[in-house]
Design a protein around this ligand. Structure first.
Ligand code: NAI
Ligand code: MG
Length: 490
């Protein structure tokens, strides 16, 4: 084309570009109409059932069991039987082999699991594919490596397994939380009964298939489904030696009361209200990405979400401007679309909670911003939201919202930042953004949080222990620390 022709080219340039739909194949997942409980390597026909749904469409996916006291009892017995008759005795290297197998099978079947996780939980396929699945496999690989090295992990302490672990997990990272719980428990030589959350049981039920494929001895892993009533039965069952719980602080406290004086071991991973602290020397564009990842990842259904943004006053205006512009580019919608950034809210109950807290924020005087976006008509949705003008006393600055809602506060000095960041009943995580290494170290020392990220957010690694202070619970998961709750020492 000559220069002249180019000048005269009148081809209309589209003023607006849009993404074509890029749906992941839903038929990668084969669902059964009805699922039982997985007990002693067999499917136990459930007495009661309920429907589990796709929160993005409210379409029922399958009937699953609501385990009663009797069914929980059968599962605990199966776990005890497997523990005493073999699993606690086999060589640690042999245990490792099973864990490696599970990790490999999860990798092989990761697309299928990712689709199922998005279908049942509402999270974007990009996240289940790139975060939940690789990390789940990584946890099994990591703990497989420890199984035959426990004596080195705890020198001179003669570790031995605790026995039967009762494990209760939430709905925000169903398979990943299952992996966080099951991998260290088995590596340490325990057997388990795990209860997934009532809204997201399907990946745990598909995991039973992996357990069979790996030829894990029957009864080493048992899965019972159901709501809090089933969880409560598991907690109080006399045959359980240890409870590991991830979920709300309210339920964590109830479990703690229930177990007081019983001698049962307990670890609790509860809620959070993390501060993400941005200093005036931080790289702003990078910080904006970290803020977005901190609070809109997984629709904000993240216990360590960076839900309170603390910005140094001098950069507050440009930073918030950049953040709002970035929010306009977030794509909210079909969880199975590969271009989706923000998926569906996990349940009607959670959506109601988010709405209630957002209304309280507006009422108390905060300024709300939501980018223009069209939400699907069916299903549970909430637009990415930023609140500015937030006072520390507001509910949106105090309570865990567990949704895509950010509360912005400002500070002038590092001391003020620390004080505000620590002004919460929780203590799970925090973020610090600054170019100064010394400031990062000083802040990490002073922030009362189990995990402090520097110039990044929501990064996980199986080798790194995770857990909280105060009302965020106690005990650590991940790393060598994560083995300890599953071991006794002579
Ligand atoms: P939840 O604590 O009720 O549920 C978590 C798990 O505990 C589920 O498997 C549930 O069936 C089980 N459970 C419920 N009651 C129980 C009981 N009495 N005994 C034993 N197990 C029981 O959490 P929910 O109601 O789903 O969410 C409420 C709020 O909790 C959320 O809005 C969020 O703020 C927080 N949450 C925090 C999580 C975290 O990762 N730290 C995960 C889920 C919720
Ligand atoms: Mg609840």
């Amino acid at each position: 084309m000559t220069e002249l022709e180019r000048k005269h080219d009148r081809t209309p340039v589209p003023s607006q570009w849009d993404y074509a739909p890029a749906p992941e194949a839903r038929d990668l997942v084969e669902l059964r109409d009805r699922y039982g409980h997985f007990v002693g390597g067999e499917w136990l026909e459930p007495k009661e059932t309920y429907a589990t749904i796709d929160p993005s469409s409210e379409e029922p996916l399958a009937e699953v069991g609501q385990a009663t006291k009797k069914e929980v009892d059968l599962a605990v017995r199966a776990a005890r039987d497997a523990f005493t008759n073999g699993w606690s005795e086999i060589s640690p290297a042999e245990r490792a082999k099973y864990l490696f197998r599970i990790a490999r099978i999860l990798q092989e079947r990761s697309r299928e699991f990712a689709v199922l996780e998005s279908l049942n939980g509402g999270k974007p396929i990009r996240e289940s594919r790139d975060v939940d699945l690789p990390l789940s496999a990584a946890h099994f690989f990591y703990y497989a490596g420890w199984a035959d090295k426990l004596e080195y992990a705890f020198p001179n302490r003669k570790p031995r397994p605790v026995g039967v672990a009762g494990q209760i997990v939430p709905w925000n990272f169903p398979l990943l939380m299952l992996s966080w719980k099951i991998a260290p428990a088995l590596a340490a030589g325990n057997t388990v009964v795990l209860k997934p959350a009532e809204t997201t049981p399907l990946s745990a039920l598909l995991f039973c298939d992996v357990v069979r494929q790996a030829e894990l001895p029957p009864g080493v892993v048992n899965i019972v489904t159901g709501d809090g009533r089933t969880g409560a039965q598991l907690v109080k069952h006399e045959g359980v030696d240890k409870i590991a719980f991830t979920g709300s602080t309210v339920v964590g406290k109830a479990i703690q009361r229930e177990l007081a004086g019983t001698g049962k071991r307990l670890t609790l991973e509860l809620g959070g209200k993390a501060a993400n602290v941005i200093f005036d020397d931080a790289a702003l564009d990078q910080a904006v990405e970290g803020i977005v990842n901190g609070i809109y990842f997984n629709q904000g259904h993240v216990c360590c979400a960076g839900s309170r943004l603390l910005v140094q006053e001098s950069i507050s205006e440009p930073l918030i401007g950049k953040l709002k512009r970035r929010l306009e580019t977030l794509r909210v919608g079909d969880p199975l679309d590969k271009n989706t950034d923000v998926g569906a809210i996990n349940s009607r109950q959670q959506l109601d909670k988010i709405k209630e807290l957002v209304a309280s924020g507006e009422e108390e005087g905060a300024e709300i911003y939501q980018p223009p976006c069209r939400l699907p008509e069916k299903g549970y949705w909430f637009a990415p939201t930023v609140f500015t003008n937030v006072a520390q006393s507001y509910r949106i600055a105090q309570e865990e919202i567990f949704g895509p809602v950010l509360s912005v506060l400002t500070f002038r000095t590092p001391d003020e930042a620390v004080e505000k960041a620590n002004n919460t009943p929780y203590g799970l995580s925090a973020g610090v953004w600054t170019e100064k290494g010394s400031r990062i170290l000083a802040m990490a020392q002073r922030l009362r949080a189990g995990v402090v990220w520097a110039n990044t957010y929501n990064r996980f690694d199986p080798a790194s222990p995770f857990g909280g202070y105060k009302e965020s619970g106690y005990g650590r998961e991940g790393g060598r620390h994560g083995l300890e709750p599953y071991l006794e020492f002579e």
